[in-house]
Design a protein around this ligand. Structure first.
Ligand SMILES: *Cc1c(COP(=O)(O)O)cnc(C)c1O
Length: 376
C-alpha cells in the first residue's frame, strides 16, 4: 500500500506531468512571467466553467477577499458578518481593513452559516455578509440571499473550499457556488480542489462596475499605467501558476468525482459506527469534499488522532480555535458572543485524508484502524 497523506499532490502531478511540464517550459521560454497570455486564457476558461461574467485573478484567496471588500467600498467601523467556524483568512482580512468582524453560528450538520444567527446579527452598521462553503458543502444561499436582500446588504461567498460545487434551488435550477452573491472568491493554494503549484486566487462577479474597480485595486489602483486613481495593492496570479491551473481546470470535474467516490466509501464504512457522524449532504448542496470531516461523540479525539498516526494515517482538526476565540480579535467586542454550536463542533471535528489519489486499499486500512480504535 502506498503511504497515506492528507493530500497526495505528487501522484496527481505525475498523472499530468507531461502536459504540465510542457506548459511550464513554454512560460519559461516566453519569459512573460507577469501577466503573460496564460493568465487571460485561464481567466476566460474559468469564467466559462464557473458561469461568472468576470473572473479577476489575484495572488491568493486571502487577497481575493480583501480586494472584494475594498471594491465594495467598505469603510473602517463597518460590520461584516462571517461564521466563526472557518479558516482565519475569511475573518482576518475584515480586521486588516479596519472593519469589524461579527461572528455568527454555523449549522451543526452542514458546518455553514446559520441563517437565523445571521439575521439576529444584522445591525444598522452591517455592510457585508461572508458565508463560507466550508469543506466543500454549499452554505444555504437561498436563505442567506433573501435575508441579505431584505436588508440591502451585499453577500461575498468565500468559495476557497468549494470550487466546482453547485447550489440547487428549490425549483431545480443550479448555480455554481461562488456565483450567487455579488462576488465570490477562491484560492488556488496547492491543496485546494483546484490547486496550483504555489499561491493563487480569483474573484468572480457578474457586476461590471465592481469588476472594473476590483481589477484596478488588484493593480495599484490604476486603469492606465502610472495613473493611480484609487488606493489598491499589488496582487497578481503568476503566469506560471495560470498555465498550470489552466491544465488542471480541465481535470477539475474528474478530481471532484474522485473526491466524491472516496467520500462515498467512507460514508458506507463509517455510517454505522457508534459515536461517529459522517458528513451531512443537504439536498441543495452538491458536496465537493475539500475535506471529509467527522463529528465524534463520546470518542476521545486526541486518542484517535494519535492511534491513527501510529498506523501511518494522518488526520487533522480544521480548525482547533474558532475565530471568536482567536487572540488577534481580542480587541473586538463582537468576539464576546456565545457560539455554543461553534464551540461544540470545534471540540468534536476530525478530518480524514481525502484527495484525488486515495485508493480503496488505503481507505480500507483507514476505516479498519478507526473501527479498531473504537472497539478496543
Ligand atoms: C484557503 C482558504 C482561504 C485563503 O486562501 P489563501 O490562498 O491561502 O490565501 C480563504 N478562505 C478559506 C475558507 C480557505 O480555506
Amino acid at each position: 500500500m502506498r503511504p497515506i497523506q492528507m493530500v497526495d499532490l505528487k501522484q496527481q502531478y505525475h498523472k499530468i506531468k507531461s502536459e504540465v511540464d510542457e506548459a511550464v517550459i513554454a512560460v519559461l521560454e516566453s519569459v512573460a512571467f507577469i501577466n503573460g497570455k496564460p493568465v487571460q486564457d485561464f481567466a476566460e476558461h474559468l469564467s466559462t466553467y464557473i458561469g461568472s461574467k468576470h473572473v479577476i485573478p489575484c495572488a491568493n484567496g486571502t487577497d481575493a477577499l480583501q480586494i472584494t471588500m475594498m471594491g465594495l467600498g467598505l469603510q473602517p467601523g463597518d460590520e461584516v458578518i462571517t461564521p466563526s467556524f472557518t479558516y482565519i483568512a475569511t475573518t482576518e482580512v475584515i480586521a486588516l481593513l479596519g472593519l469589524t468582524p461579527v461572528f455568527v453560528e454555523v449549522d451543526p450538520k452542514t458546518f455553514c452559516m446559520d441563517p437565523v444567527s445571521l439575521e439576529n446579527a444584522i445591525t444598522g452598521k452591517t455592510r457585508a455578509i461572508v458565508p463560507v462553503h466550508l469543506y466543500g458543502h454549499a452554505a444555504p444561499m437561498a436563505e442567506i440571499m433573501t435575508i441579505a436582500a431584505k436588508h440591502g446588504i451585499p453577500v461575498i461567498e468565500d468559495n476557497a473550499q468549494a470550487i466546482g460545487g453547485t447550489y440547487r434551488y428549490d425549483n431545480g435550477t443550479r448555480k455554481k457556488t461562488g456565483t450567487i452573491g455579488i462576488a465570490g472568491t477562491t484560492s488556488f493554494f496547492p491543496s485546494k480542489n483546484l490547486g496550483g503549484y504555489g499561491d493563487g486566487g480569483a474573484i468572480f462577479t457578474d457586476d461590471d462596475d465592481l469588476a472594473e474597480k476590483m481589477k484596478m485595486i488588484a493593480n495599484h489602483g490604476q486603469r492606465k499605467r502610472y495613473y493611480h486613481d484609487i488606493v489598491g495593492c499589488n496582487s497578481r496570479l503568476d503566469t506560471l501558476q495560470a498555465a498550470i491551473l489552466d491544465i488542471k481546470l480541465k481535470y477539475l470535474d474528474r478530481y471532484i468525482a474522485a473526491r466524491k467516490t472516496a467520500a462515498d466509501y467512507y460514508d458506507r464504512a463509517l455510517t454505522t459506527v457508534p459515536g461517529i457522524t459522517v458528513p451531512f449532504r443537504a439536498l441543495y448542496s452538491d458536496h465537493v469534499f475539500h475535506q471529509y470531516t467527522l463529528i465524534l461523540d463520546g470518542i476521545d479525539r486526541d486518542g484517535l488522532n494519535k492511534f491513527l498516526a501510529e498506523k501511518g494515517i494522518p488526520s487533522m482538526i480544521y480548525y482547533p480555535v474558532p475565530g471568536h476565540r482567536q487572540k488577534m480579535f481580542e480587541g473586538f467586542d463582537t468576539t464576546k458572543v456565545s457560539l455554543p454550536v461553534t464551540d461544540w463542533l470545534t471540540e468534536r471535528v476530525i478530518s480524514l485524508p481525502i484527495h484525488t489519489e486515495l485508493d480503496e486499499d488505503q481507505q480500507h486500512y483507514i476505516v479498519s484502524a478507526i473501527r479498531e480504535y473504537i472497539n478496543q
